[in-house]
Design a protein. Structure first.
Length: 278
């Protein structure tokens, strides 16, 4: 591990043990740039991190709805509930309140429904219900009245297992995936958001692989997205995501990150990825 990074990591450990009210001031004095932002996200506990990420996403001039969808649809019901409690403790407002305040129209209906839900987390499914709701989704795509409300209801209230069963029935019945079905809708940004919801529920590893790929391939790198995914998932799903990244891009994620970042920020991300060789 680079000496400079070892020194920065030691300072990060000191900061981690400091009272939270002193945390930001210590970070500003000890670290800087992308490395500072990555360390700050890393040292927060998962629920507090999600609360922080959601708040940052909502405060953007154009809210980053990807972050809200990730937190609402990838996390377990208990993790989402913990993030909402952390949000209220940190910002003295509810996550639902801020989502509603920073979005409008169909986006508001969708995102408020997603963050308000507490899904059943079991593996049981109702096959008859899945078949019925697959038909409802098809009718909604075809523009039937109240179609969007029905899509939002299904995607925000059903368990992930039930949603996936519905998606499988949809593909069997109509010969295409629901994401492609949504692409045949009006084609606006809201339908793109619905596709993100489905991707996060159906295959989070594939979704995050795409986020990382897009973050790395753009000119200048999307450090916010790169940091968010690696730091958030470092203790959970990165092995599967790294495998998905290699299958899709024929290059190790570690090498891709090493080629596109530098300095202590690069060393820190590679350490989280499980590679201290660079």
């Amino acid at each position: 591990m680079p000496k400079a990074f070892s020194e920065q990591q030691s300072r990060a450990k000191i900061i981690q043990e400091s009272p939270k009210e002193d945390l930001i001031k210590r970070l500003e004095s000890e670290l800087s740039g992308d490395f500072e932002r990555a360390v700050y996200r890393w040292i927060l506990d998962p629920a507090d991190r999600d609360a922080f990420l959601a708040n940052v996403a909502l405060k953007n001039a154009i809210p980053d709805i990807r972050v809200i969808i990730e937190i609402a649809c990838v996390r377990s019901p208990c993790e989402l509930l913990a993030a909402k409690k952390a949000y209220q403790s940190r910002y003295k407002r509810s996550l639902e309140e801020d989502v509603a305040s920073h979005t409008m129209g169909d986006f508001r209906k969708l995102l408020v429904a997603l963050v308000s839900a507490y899904r059943y987390d079991g593996v049981e499914i109702d096959a008859s219900l899945a078949l019925t709701e697959a038909k409802i989704l098809q009718e909604a795509i075809q523009g039937k009245p109240f179609g969007l409300e029905e899509i939002i209801r299904i995607l925000s209230t059903r368990s992930k297992e039930q949603v996936n069963a519905t998606l499988n029935y949809y593909k069997d019945e109509y010969g295409t995936s629901i994401t492609k079905g949504f692409m045949s809708g009006p084609g606006n940004e809201f339908w793109a958001a619905l596709r993100l919801v489905v991707q996060c529920i159906n295959d989070p590893n594939k979704y995050f692989e795409k986020v990382l790929r897009n973050a790395i391939k753009i000119l200048g790198t999307d450090e916010d997205a790169l940091t968010r995914v690696i730091v958030t998932l470092a203790e959970k799903d990165l092995k599967d995501i790294k495998e998905a990244y290699y299958r899709r891009n024929s290059i190790d994620l570690n090498n891709a990150v090493a080629n596109d970042t530098s300095g202590d920020y690069k060393a820190f991300l590679l350490t989280l990825l499980g590679d201290e060789a660079h």
